[in-house]
Design a protein around this ligand. Structure first.
Ligand code: BDP
Length: 685
């Protein structure tokens, strides 16, 4: 038996396929024959039929019927599946049903007859892509939409790539994409760029994907040389109306606008003494006749505020109910900025008369870029399932935003994309899982990370070492030796990153600008304090952590009871958020009896140990993976391990200057000197 298995493995390794990761979770499998019956014709339905024919893994010679019966239980974009029928109320619904059917066939999940409706109406990627082709916080090469020269020329290669992109998105239910950076260039609204947007929209349209654009609030002044961009000025209002009309004349199904205003130096209504509502509503009025929406970001903070974590809430709560019904306030998952762990933003559930949408970050700005293996689904699940208590127990962030609790006109969710021109799209093969997970959670907010990881691994890696091995035992061996351990590694990876970067509620202690390595000491005198780590960790001889309790900044007061009181008391506050809300002495006693200092040391150390164990897991998985992806992931894990050690040494040696306590003796000793790390900082990771 063992011998037979070794032979299979050997054979498998000898027949390695060249794999550059470009096919994502859509690996080609030889299809069985199938007949499709579909009375209606459309470009979307043609894609649906083609996908079924090229991917059918069900019974050979089956017949599948696609119908659009106007079934009232099936919602917008939803569908109903049986082994041989797909019902939906729209062509897009059929397409989503096809992808679900094929996924279930490949992952061998039962095909049940219930209706499957998406949680959110709009499931949107945000690309932080600039017109020159660079990508802000992008770690997978340049933009797939823009490039420095010849912005106007749309090549066949461009279209092929956009089509592959559209297909990947449609396969996981994503139905919208913002094509440019929130730090928007006004150029995007000029005719040349809009023509390229039109070309992109044409490729994406049959896949059910709408395009949206980020706009700079001062565009009227910058592009048309108006004297002002004041949202209440008649000329400004007319300019935006005309611009929106122009956009719809070339892209009739254009989705709408995303705006970062009065934030991090971006212009906004506040420059003219107006509110966020004045600005958002002016754009909303221009878009309304065409059915477009405004996604207005709540990512705002000023250097003068005593606690950055409170500011978005303070600015937006007084405006609740003052926004048009085609405005959605886009709120980052946490109150600061996509840190490895944050509590949910207090705006969720608190804005009761305004549409609110969560914004997640798929690109790993603060989580090791495209180098560290960090599966983000558990982080998003943690946020979506957090209870806000706003309308009683069970008022989770998911239910406060998906229309279950508040009757918001539109529901939406956004993810900042991790996609670039790299052949594997995301820079790291495992980062593809985060794109996949975002789409799956946007479709079904109650999916569990374990299921998402399971699906993704099966779709992406099954039979990856040998072209479609059908050996009897392969499936079982693969599940035991690859799927289960690698899935566990993925599920543990986010907690590992939190441990070696920012355990126990620490946050924002990363290197300035790059946001990659540790730099808890960084605080130049001429820099905004709220951009420096000491503002957040507050380490001193008397302890560590940000006092956001009623005796401090009172950020806890923005949460609903009983949560506010729970967070306010260090004994009841979940330890994962302890130093987010509390400033505590180094010898503070943790629930397990250790001192806070010792616990901090153990957490950093366990992060390192976890990454070492990921390396072992992956090395053992080698027989099941093609060599290209195997080596790429192996090398990244080595780097991740070196980085984790550096994070641990840097943070512990730096904080030790304040705690003056020894690193517990059964923890591995630091291998770096603090001075050396500081000297080399930002360049030596
Ligand atoms: C921060 C990024 C910055 C973005 C900003 C935003 O560092 O590049 O422009 O968020 O979301 O995380 O607007």
């Amino acid at each position: 038996m063992k011998f037979l298995f070794s032979c299979i493995l050997l054979l498998a390794t000898l027949t390695l396929r060249a794999q550059d990761g470009h096919s994502l979770w859509l690996q080609h499998k030889t299809p069985k024959s199938v007949t499709i019956i579909c009375a209606k014709k459309s470009p979307t339905l043609s894609i649906a039929i083609q996908e079924l024919k090229e991917g059918w893994q069900g019974k050979a010679d089956a017949t599948v019927t696609l119908t659009i019966p106007k079934n009232k239980t099936i919602g917008f974009d939803g569908f109903k599946l049986t082994e041989n029928t797909i019902e939906a109320n729209s062509d897009n619904g059929i397409l989503y049903g096809v992808y679900e059917l094929l996924r279930r066939q490949q992952t061998q999940e039962a095909i049940t007859g219930e209706v499957n409706n998406p949680s959110y109406e709009m499931r949107i990627l945000n690309h932080w892509d600039n017109p020159d082709g660079s990508v802000e916080r992008g770690y997978a090469g340049n933009s797939i939409f823009w490039r420095n020269n010849d912005a106007l020329v749309v090549t066949e290669q461009d279209k092929k790539l956009w089509q592959e992109y559209a297909r990947a998105n449609a396969s996981i239910g994503i139905n919208g994409t913002v094509l440019n950076n929130v730090n928007a260039s006004p150029l995007i609204l000029t005719a040349d760029y809009l023509n390229r947007v039109k070309a992109i929209a044409e490729v994406l349209r049959p896949y059910g994907i709408k395009v949206y654009l980020s706009v700079k609030f001062s565009s009227p002044a910058l592009l048309a040389k108006l004297k002002t961009s004041d949202p209440l000025n008649t000329e400004v209002i007319e300019w935006w109306k005309a611009k929106v009309k122009e956009i719809y004349s070339i892209i009739p199904d254009f989705g709408g606008l995303l705006v970062k205003a009065s934030s991090e130096g971006q212009p906004g209504p506040q420059d003219f003494g107006r509110t966020h509502a004045d600005g958002a509503n002016m754009l909303a009025d221009a878009l309304k006749p065409f059915g477009g929406i405004v996604m207005w970001r709540a990512f705002v903070y000023s250097p003068n505020d005593k606690d950055r974590a409170k500011q978005a809430y303070n600015e937006f709560i007084p405006l609740d109910g003052k926004f048009r019904d085609n405005v959605i306030i886009q709120v980052k998952n946490g109150p600061i900025d996509f840190q490895p762990r944050e509590p949910f933003s207090a705006l969720f559930g608190a804005m009761k008369n305004t549409s609110v949408m969560p914004e997640f970050q798929i690109t790993q700005e603060y989580l090791g870029h495209a180098i560290h293996l960090v599966f983000l689904s558990p982080m998003w699940e943690e946020c979506l399932q957090s209870d806000t208590y706003q309308e009683g127990e069970g008022s989770t962030v998911a239910r406060c935003t998906d229309g279950s609790i508040f009757k918001q006109k539109h529901t939406a969710i956004a993810g900042v994309a991790n996609i670039g021109l790299d052949s594997n799209w995301c820079g790291n093969d495992f980062a593809q899982a985060n794109w996949y997970a975002f789409g799956r959670l946007a479709w079904n907010v109650n999916l569990k990370s374990q299921q998402i990881a399971d699906e993704w691994l099966k779709l992406t890696f099954y039979n990856a070492a040998s072209n479609e091995t059908s050996a009897t035992n392969y499936a079982t061996e693969w599940a035991n030796n690859f799927l289960l351990p690698v899935r566990q590694m993925m599920l543990d990876s986010r907690e590992a990153a939190v441990n070696y970067m920012t355990p126990l509620g620490l946050h924002h202690i990363m290197a300035a600008n790059e946001h990659y390595g540790p730099q808890p000491w960084w605080a130049p005198k001429d820099w905004r304090p709220d951009w420096t780590p000491p503002y957040y960790h507050q380490a001193s001889k008397d302890g560590i952590g940000f006092n956001r309790t009623t005796t401090g900044s009172d950020a806890v007061g923005q949460y609903h009871e009983p949560l506010a009181s729970q967070l306010n008391n260090p004994k009841n506050c979940p330890e994962k958020f302890l130093l987010w809300f509390h400033h505590l002495p180094w010898n503070y006693s943790m629930k397990n009896g250790r001192t806070l200092w010792d616990e901090l040391c153990y957490r950093y150390d366990s992060g390192v140990q976890q990454v070492r164990s990921f390396q072992k897991t992956w090395d053992k998985a080698q027989p099941y993976v093609d060599s290209v992806r195997f080596i790429a992931v192996q090398q990244n894990l080595r780097m991740q391990c070196r980085n984790a050690i550096l994070w641990k040494d840097a943070c512990l040696l730096y904080f030790q200057q304040f705690s003056q306590m020894p690193i517990p003796f059964h923890i591995e000793r630091p291998v770096h000197n603090l001075d050396d790390i500081i000297k080399n900082d930002r360049r030596n990771y």
